[in-house]
Ligand binder design. Structure first.
Ligand code: SAM
Length: 440
C-alpha cells in the first residue's frame, strides 16, 4: 500500500496521466542491461541466453525479461560484457553526452552502473573518476570496475566537499547521481515504501543540494553538471535544481531534446515514470558558463620507479602479451599499476585504485592480477583457453581445467570475452579466478 501523501504528490506531478501510473503500481518492475563496449559490441545481443529489447534511454541499453533468473551467474556477466541496470537509470549518462577524451567525475558512484556506462562511452580515452563516500560500497565499485575492464579510471572514497575543493575546475563533466528517497524503487523494493515519509524527502533534498554545491566546484569553465535521482518528488528534483541555480548564477540550464521521458517545468530536466517505460528517474543538465578552458595547474604525483622490480614485471608481461600494455608504470607497496596520464595530485583524496592494477611482487616473483586480464583483449594474449558453457561454469566456480596451452599464464575466454585467467602447468590450468567472486 503506497503512502497517501506520496500518491497526492504524484497526482500533482502527473495530472491527467495519474490514473495510468496508479494502475501500474502492482506491475512487475522493468529490468535492463547496458552493454559494455570495452569488452564487446552490439553483436553480444544475439549471443545472450535471454530475450532483449532496446530502451529509449541509452544507446546501449536493453530491457530484459522481468522474470529472468541467474543473470549475475552467467559467464558474460562475470566477464563484464554487460551491467544489469534499471533501464531509466541509464538516462543520466545520455544527458552527460560523453565525448572521447573527456575527464569525467561520477561523484556518488557505487555500485557503479553509471560509471560503467561512462567508461564504455569513453572507450579507453580520457578519465573516469568514480567516487563513493561509503567505504564498503567503494569496494563494490572497485570490483565492478575490474569486472568491466576499466583501465583509464580512478576509484576513490572521499567526502564530496574535500574531493571537489581539491580538484576545483578539473573535470569536463560531473555526474551527481544523488542518494534520494527512492520512490522509483517502490515496485522493485517494497521496503523502500516503509522508509518513505514527507520529512525524509525534505532531508534528502537538503543533502542533495549540499552535494551539488560541492560538485559544482569540480566543473571546469564551460563544463557540464548532470544531476539525477531515482525518485519522483518535486522537492528532491526541480526544487533542488531551482535552489542551486538561484545560488549559482554562473550555471545555466542546458535545454534537452526530450526524445524520452516526460517534460518538467525545467527545460533542462526530464522525469521518467513507469508510464514512459522505466521504474523512475529524474535527470537535469546544467552548464557552467564561460569558455571551456583547460586547467594546467595540476601536477602528476609519481612514485619513484624501482627499476629492478619493473624489469622483472615487464619480462613476465612480455611472456603474457604480444604487445605489452603501454602507459605510466608505477610501483606502490609492492603492487604495480598502469596509471592514466597527467593525473592531479591525489594525496588526501581517498584513492583506492588508479588505472589498472597490473600485479604484485612476491619475493622475487611477479604475479599478474585478475584486473589486468579483465582489461585485456583476447587477441593480444599469447595463451588462450577457449571455454564452452560447461568449462566456463567450472572455471567461475574455482575448479582446475584441462589446458591445451603451453606452460604459463593463460587467459580463459568465453565467446571472445576474457572472464579471468589461470596458470597452465603440465596441461592443467591452475585457477586464479578470485575466491571472493567464485560462483557456488
Ligand atoms: N550512481 C550509482 C550507480 O549508478 O550505480 C548509484 C548511486 S546511489 C543513487 C547514491 C550513492 O550516494 C550511494 O552509493 C550512497 O552511498 C552515496 N551517498 C550517500 N550519502 C552521500 C553523501 N552525503 N555524499 C555523497 N554520496 C553519498
Amino acid at each position: 500500500m503506497l503512502p497517501k501523501e506520496f500518491l497526492e504528490e504524484m497526482k500533482d506531478i502527473l495530472k491527467e496521466d495519474y490514473d495510468l501510473y496508479a494502475r501500474s503500481t502492482d506491475d512487475e518492475p522493468f529490468r535492463g542491461i547496458s552493454v559494455n563496449r570495452l569488452k564487446t559490441d552490439e553483436k553480444i545481443i544475439g549471443a545472450l541466453p535471454f530475450e532483449v529489447k532496446k530502451t529509449p534511454f541509452y544507446k546501449d541499453g536493453y530491457y530484459i525479461p522481468c522474470d529472468e533468473k541467474g543473470i549475475g551467474n552467467t559467464p558474460f556477466h562475470s566477464g563484464g560484457a554487460f551491467y544489469v541496470q534499471e533501464p531509466s537509470a541509464m538516462s543520466a549518462v545520455t544527458l552527460l553526452d560523453v565525448c572521447q577524451n573527456d575527464k569525467i567525475l561520477d561523484l556518488c558512484a557505487a555500485p557503479g552502473g553509471k560509471s560503467a556506462q561512462i567508461a564504455s562511452c569513453l572507450n579507453n580515452t580520457g578519465l573516469i573518476w568514480s567516487n563513493e563516500v561509503v567505504r564498503n560500497r567503494a569496494q563494490i565499485l572497485l570490483s565492478n570496475f575490474e569486472r568491466m575492464g576499466i583501465s583509464k579510471g580512478i576509484v576513490s572514497s572521499c567526502y564530496p566537499e574535500v574531493l571537489c575543493s581539491k580538484l576545483e575546475g578539473y573535470f569536463d563533466k560531473v555526474l551527481v547521481d544523488a542518494p534520494c528517497s527512492g520512490e522509483g524503487m517502490f515496485r522493485k523494493n517494497p521496503e523502500a515504501v516503509l522508509e518513505w515519509s514527507r520529512e525524509h524527502t525534505v532531508s534528502c533534498a537538503e543533502r542533495q543540494l549540499s552535494i551539488l554545491r560541492s560538485a559544482a566546484k569540480a566543473v571546469k569553465s564551460g563544463g557540464i553538471l548532470v544531476y539525477s535521482t531515482c525518485t519522483f518528488s518535486y522537492c528532491e528534483n526541480e526544487g533542488v535544481i531551482k535552489k542551486f541555480l538561484e545560488e549559482n548564477p554562473d550555471f545555466e540550464q542546458c535545454e534537452i531534446d526530450g526524445h524520452f521521458g516526460r517534460k518538467t517545468e525545467l527545460p533542462c530536466a526530464v522525469r521518467i515514470t513507469p508510464i514512459e517505460g522505466g521504474e523512475g528517474h529524474f535527470a537535469a543538465k546544467l552548464r557552467r558558463k564561460g569558455e571551456n578552458v583547460t586547467d594546467s595547474c595540476f601536477q602528476t604525483a609519481k612514485d619513484k620507479k624501482q627499476d629492478t622490480l619493473l624489469k622483472t614485471a615487464l619480462k613476465e608481461l612480455e611472456n603474457i602479451f604480444y604487445e605489452v600494455p603501454k602507459g605510466e608504470y608505477n610501483i606502490i607497496n609492492d603492487k604495480l599499476y598502469i596509471m592514466p596520464e597527467n593525473l592531479p595530485d591525489m594525496r588526501g583524496l581517498g584513492v583506492i585504485r588508479a588505472g589498472i592494477f597490473v600485479g604484485e611482487f612476491k619475493k622475487n616473483r611477479f604475479e599478474p592480477s585478475h584486473a589486468l586480464f579483465m582489461s585485456a583483449k583476447p587477441e593480444n594474449i599469447r595463451r588462450i583457453l577457449k571455454a564452452d558453457d560447461d568449462k566456463a561454469k567450472k572455471f567461475l566456480s574455482g575448479m582446475e581445467l584441462d589446458s591445451g596451452c603451453q606452460n604459463g599464464y593463460t587467459a580463459v575466454v568465453y565467446g571472445n570475452i576474457i572472464i579471468g585467467f589461470g596458470k597452465t602447468a603440465d596441461s592443467r590450468l591452475k585457477n586464479k579466478y578470485p575466491k571472493g567472486l567464485r560462483i557456488k
